[in-house]
Design a protein around this ligand. Structure first.
Ligand SMILES: Nc1ncnc2c1ncn2[C@@H]1O[C@H](COP(=O)(O)OP(=O)(O)O)[C@@H](O)[C@H]1O
Ligand SMILES: [Mg+2]
Length: 211
């Protein structure tokens, strides 16, 4: 089971949106997905429980563990190809994933480059965890992804340039993936896979991360 933690040390960056659409996309492509909700409000799990993928198919499952820590072990892990975690705004990655050996765990950190506060603080926080990960047995793979949560502020290209520069200033440009998640049109939040541009980007992200 590949474990993917969606976590960024900031609210409103698109953690829940990214986790929900990633979990649904993987399930639709025939993967067996455990959607593990640790976030306050349990929005990802509530949303997924309205989809046929997570209600009619026994291959996928939703678990709700609001505000709990990320567990190390999972029962029935062999029944799933992926576990996708939505998490709280606090940077749980540092506290939870760097303790103990967590081979093969992945972290996806969505960042909205047009959020000025986030753009200054997030890269420094992620750098601290990325540095600690080098010294820990966790073997974390951290991927930073542009996510245009607000829309209307500028182009995806501009967003990528802004974030790349901020990450370069922190020495962690190498964690930025090429795929950017665009601002999509939501009919039923937080679902975005009906938006062709967003769907294509999520598809590219899955391929780029070799999921
Ligand atoms: N790619 C996107 N396209 C459109 N709206 C988005 C996108 N990402 C996030 N949003 C919106 O931005 C807001 C914050 O997103 P959310 O996923 O709840 O962030 P977080 O879980 O990090 O707090 C929500 O209103 C959500 O609908
Ligand atoms: Mg959230």
């Amino acid at each position: 089971m590949i474990k993917i933690v969606v976590n960024t040390p900031k609210g409103g960056v698109g953690k829940t949106t990214t986790a929900t659409n990633l979990a649904l996309m993987l399930a639709r492509s025939g993967k067996r997905v455990l959607a593990f909700d640790l976030a306050g409000g349990l929005l990802m799990s509530q949303a997924l429980m309205t989809t046929p993928e997570f209600t009619r198919s026994s291959a996928n499952r939703v678990e709700q563990h609001e505000a709990e820590h990320i567990p190390e072990k999972f029962k029935d892990a062999s029944q799933f190809d992926f576990a996708v975690f939505d998490t709280d705004d606090s940077y749980t990655v540092g506290a939870d994933l760097l303790l103990g050996a967590r081979p093969g765990w992945r972290v996806i950190s969505p960042v909205n480059p047009f959020d000025q506060v986030g753009l200054t603080r997030i890269p420094r926080d992620i750098r601290a965890v990325a540095t600690a990960a080098l010294l820990s047995p966790s073997d974390l793979r951290i991927s930073i992804v542009v996510n245009l949560a607000y829309g209307g502020e500028g182009s995806t290209e501009q967003a990528c340039i802004l974030l790349r520069q901020a990450l370069r200033d922190c020495g962690i440009e190498g964690l930025l993936v090429n795929t950017a998640l665009p601002h999509g049109t939501m009919q039923t939040p937080p679902f975005l896979l009906h938006d062709k541009t967003y769907f294509a980007a999520m598809n590219n992200l899955i391929r780029e991360l070799e999921l």
